[in-house]
Every structure is written in structure tokens, then in C-alpha cells.
Design a protein around this ligand. Structure first.
Ligand code: PXL
Length: 276
């Protein structure tokens, strides 16, 4: 069987729940061949778990990208990008590759930290990444930043943000409402410029969910590389990540992480899809 090649351009979370570790585990669970370009290193203080972010030297980013592109990835995903320069390099990498899919996870903060990494990054994402994105996967806070609005809370506000993100050039967007949209379901809103689709699961206990966003976007990337259409790729990724969250586990006294392999070892989750 020919393996599809998936590349993540992202940060490494040394604790293994999010970032490159989550991406590579998820690529593996989807039977794609994972590759990585590490553009940031995130470490955690063992006492307080506060994060420190160390950007990779640009020369090292360039050298990694040169290697990764020489192996012709079929799909590329971005995660935590530490600077405007690296955002531009990620764009150039996609444009200089033969990859057909470019999945943008617009990471702006780590869970638990409220500060946007750097406000200039949002402008750079809008200018350089959205116009080339096959799919963008913001959470509610990120959707607010990408559209210069307040964080959406209602379905109507989420739909307005989705329209705006597609207007900025993204082919598709899925806004991760999770448990943050009013109501008793966990809803993500998918928009392809023509129709809205609600992807719904039961609300589950999400206490141990570090790494969920990265895992979701990596699963979408792998599904696209394997030839799934964008909506189908997102729907199966939602089942995958919901299972990973449901089976999340306590890593230490500070953090609980998703179980990246749960969908393939524990159980299937049902996701309903409804056009609205
Ligand atoms: O979950 C966002 C995220 C993405 N990438 C890296 C991270 C985090 C949060 O900790 O460390 C590398």
C-alpha cells in the first residue's frame, strides 16, 4: 500500500500531548507517513507548568524545510508558528511543494494561557496563510481574533466569523465550538463558502483535553492526504478527536492529555452532520 506523506510545521510540546508529538502520533494512527519541521520548542516549568516558548533559529527552520520538501509531502499542516517570518516561510513551503492540502491550525495561545503569542502574528496569518488554506481550524477565541471581533458565543456569531474567514481566502473553515456554544451538544461549524454544516456530538467530560486542537487538525490533514473530501475529512477527524478526549488521561498534577490512539483502540464515536 502506498503511504501518503504528511508534514507538520509546528512547535514541539516536550510533554507530548500537543504540537508535533500530537501531530505525528495522529498521522501514525491514520497510517500516513509523518514528517515534521520544528519551528518552536515549548517547555513547562515542573512546579507551575507555566510555558516557555523558544523559537527555532531561522537558519534551522530553512534547513528543515529544505529536507522536508525534498520528500514531497502530500499534505501540509501548520501549528504554533512563533513569528511573522516563520509564517511566511510556511506559506512559501506550501507554494513550493506539490502538496494539495494546506491545513492551518491558527494556534495563538496554549490552553490556560490567555495572552496571544504576539498580536502581529494574527495579521500575518490573515495575510499569508488564510488565502492558501484548504481548511482553517480556529477555536472560538481564535475565530474572534482572525475576524477582529469579540469571541463568538452564539451560533449566529460563529456563522458570521466563518463567512468572514472564507472571505479572507480560506477554501473551508471549521470553527471548533466544542462545549462553548450555548446548548447541550458539542458543536463544530463547518463552512465551505456555500453551505453551513453542523457537526455534533454529545457533550463529553473534557477534563483531560490538552492536545485536542492539534490532534483534530492533524487528523484532518491525514484524511485529506488519503483523498477524503474536506467535509468528510473533518467529520472523521471529529470522531477521532472526540474519542481521544473521552479517553484522555491525567499526565501529572498539572495537565491531562488526550489519548491520541483511542479511536483505533477503544471505541468509535458517532458524529451527526446536518446542513443548515
Ligand atoms: O495546544 C496548542 C499548542 C500547540 N503547539 C504546541 C503547544 C501547544 C500548547 O501547549 O505547546 C507546541
Amino acid at each position: 500500500m502506498k503511504l501518503q506523506k504528511t508534514l507538520t510545521i509546528a512547535g514541539t510540546d516536550v510533554s507530548g500531548g500537543a504540537g508535533i508529538a500530537a501531530d505525528l502520533k495522529t498521522f501514525q494512527e491514520h497510517e500516513t507517513y509523518g514528517m515534521s519541521v520544528i519551528v518552536t520548542t515549548v517547555t513547562m516549568d515542573p512546579e507551575t507548568w507555566s510555558h516557555r516558548v523558544f523559537p527555532t533559529a531561522l537558519e534551522v527552520v530553512d534547513s528543515q524545510l529544505e529536507t522536508a520538501l525534498s520528500i514531497s509531502p502530500d499534505a501540509i499542516k501548520t501549528g504554533m508558528l512563533p513569528s511573522e517570518e516563520v509564517i511566511e516561510k510556511a506559506k512559501e513551503a506550501f507554494l513550493n511543494s506539490d502538496a494539495e492540502s494546506f491545513v492551518i491550525d491558527p494556534v495563538m495561545v496554549c490552553k490556560g494561557d490567555d495572552e496571544v503569542l504576539n498580536p502581529g502574528l494574527v495579521d500575518a496569518m490573515i495575510e499569508h496563510l488564510l488565502p492558501h488554506a484548504t481548511i482553517v481550524t480556529p477555536n472560538l477565541v481564535e475565530a474572534g481574533h482572525l475576524t477582529r471581533r469579540r469571541t463568538p458565543k452564539t451560533l449566529e456569531e460563529v456563522k458570521e466569523c466563518a463567512k468572514e474567514i472564507v472571505k479572507q481566502g480560506a477554501k473551508n473553515v471549521v470553527i471548533k465550538g466544542g462545549t462553548g456554544i450555548e446548548g447541550d451538544k458539542a458543536i463544530d461549524v463547518y463552512y465551505d463558502g456555500e453551505a453551513f454544516h453542523l457537526l455534533t456530538t454529545e457533550k463529553i467530560d473534557a477534563s483531560y483535553n490538552h492536545g485536542a486542537g492539534c490532534t483534530f487538525a492533524a487528523a484532518i490533514t491525514a484524511n485529506l492526504a488519503k483523498g477524503e473530501a474536506p467535509l468528510e475529512a473533518v467529520q472523521s477527524a471529529k470522531a477521532f478527536v472526540t474519542s481521544a478526549i473521552k479517553n484522555g488521561w491525567r499526565l501529572n498534577e498539572h495537565v491531562g492529555v488526550v489519548r491520541h490512539g483511542a479511536a483505533n483502540t477503544v471505541e468509535e464515536i458517532e458524529v451527526t452532520e446536518e446542513k443548515i
